[in-house]
Design a protein around this ligand. Structure first.
Ligand SMILES: *Cc1c(COP(=O)(O)O)cnc(C)c1O
Length: 388
């Protein structure tokens, strides 16, 4: 089975991890700060905070921004559940904004409309999580303008987007948001096995996220409410978590980050090749906004099956049974029974549902050979030939 995504691990990645195993520190040593600095410098942010997953990074970002009971967090329905769950972790309510029909990202026009209504009902969001689906950045300029006008904070969920650019600048530089979060899960562009990094330019947010990832404890006397009992003393000043990244993960990350530009360039080559090979088939290939240089974590096509006697599901099953590990990113979060129980109806977000009825993620990963890509295209052609 050709997987939809797969890590690339080299001998030097392995050596970097082994070196840590032979060293004094498996956790809380020098590698984590090195990895944080590397990510922050690469994307052009002041601070980087490494944690054990992007999910944790989203959680501490929400906490640092003060999200709590009675607040609202809005995001796109077409995302992984973590982009929404982080709001629930904080006791906030979650709502969604429908997607743009071409980028599949949170639509700023729909956002404005929803904000206008929310203002009259006095339930404006405290945080909007802008998810860069597949690695293509959202219309951040428009979202940032609305954030100014309506007074909400913006988190970029850039789990798919490290190494990508928006208007010529790396995603994560914080020009249009408060915090940006990256994932280093093995299917993503760069991996640390599990891992995430939150980047920000705001010193105070960085300080708070640092506390929340480490039990809420500090050894910084200026943050304590009482005199230390002695040199051993640390004080718990918040209710935090153990979300720390290990040295093993960070060492892998440092080694992988050196190949980031390579990873993204290769993904662009593969995407360009898919675009050509699929051009004559009834599929919509990923449209790229001129402001975007996507990280291309995913290559999502939309099947145009109208008039053909074949279902999306049959197509998907055909590809899986012909050795192509296709996937579907994502089941709209508001249709999950857990969210439906909050009162959402599938058709609350019709663009998301239209997308869900047509989307298929074709395999896309750095080590993908052209023969593998040809096999994927042959299987897609086979599906149209045999099923339609
Ligand atoms: C993968 C992913 C996450 C969660 O990342 P983890 O590192 O696995 O916790 C969050 N949001 C999006 C959009 C993702 O794709």
């Amino acid at each position: 089975m050709i997987p939809y995504g797969r890590q690339e691990i080299t001998e030097s990645d392995i050596d970097a991890v082994i070196e840590v195993l032979r060293s004094d520190f498996l956790t809380q040593g020098p590698k984590v700060p090195e990895f944080e600095r590397m990510v922050a410098e690469h994307v052009g942010a002041r601070h980087g905070l490494a944690v054990n997953s992007a999910t944790s990074a989203l959680h501490i970002a929400c906490l640092a921004l003060g999200l709590g009971n009675g607040d609202w967090l809005w995001t796109s329905p077409v995302t992984f559940v973590a982009s929404a769950n982080c709001g629930l972790y904080c006791g906030a309510c979650v709502d969604f904004v429908d997607i743009d029909s071409r980028t599949y990202n949170l639509c700023p026009v729909a956002l404005r409309k929803k904000l206008e209504v929310a203002r009259t009902e006095n339930r404006l969001p405290k945080i909007v999580v802008a998810v860069h689906l597949s690695g293509q950045p959202c219309d951040m300029k428009a979202i940032a303008a609305l954030a100014d006008e309506y007074g909400f904070k913006v988190i970029e969920d850039a789990s798919h987007a490290i190494g990508g650019k928006y208007r010529g600048e790396f995603i994560g530089n914080g020009r249009y948001s408060d915090v940006t979060v990256f994932s280093f899960h093995p299917v993503k562009i760069v991996t640390t096995a599990e891992g995430g990094v939150a980047v920000t330019n705001d010193d105070e947010l960085a300080r708070k996220m640092d506390l929340f990832r480490n039990h809420g404890i500090t050894r910084d006397t200026s943050l304590m409410t009482q005199e230390p009992d002695g040199p051993w003393y640390y004080q718990q000043v918040e209710l935090g978590f153990n979300y720390r990244m290990t040295e093993l993960q960070a060492a892998l990350g440092v080694s992988q980050m050196q190949r980031l530009d390579h990873f993204v360039a290769r993904r662009h080559q593969l995407a360009g090749r898919y675009d050509q090979l699929l051009a004559d088939l009834p599929v919509i290939t990923p449209w790229q906004h001129p402001d975007s240089y996507s990280g291309l974590h995913l290559y999502v096509v939309r099947l145009q099956l109208a008039g053909l006697d074949v279902s999306h599901r049959a197509f998907f099953e055909y590809l899986r049974s012909n050795g192509v590990g296709v996937n579907l990113h994502y089941i709209p979060v508001h249709t999950q029974p857990y969210y439906k129980a909050m009162g959402f109806e599938a058709q609350d977000f019709p663009e998301a549902m239209a997308y869900y009825s047509e989307a298929i993620s074709l395999p896309m990963f750095h080590g993908m050979a052209e023969e593998q890509q040809d096999a994927v295209v042959a299987a897609v052609k086979g599906a149209f030939g045999e099923l339609a």
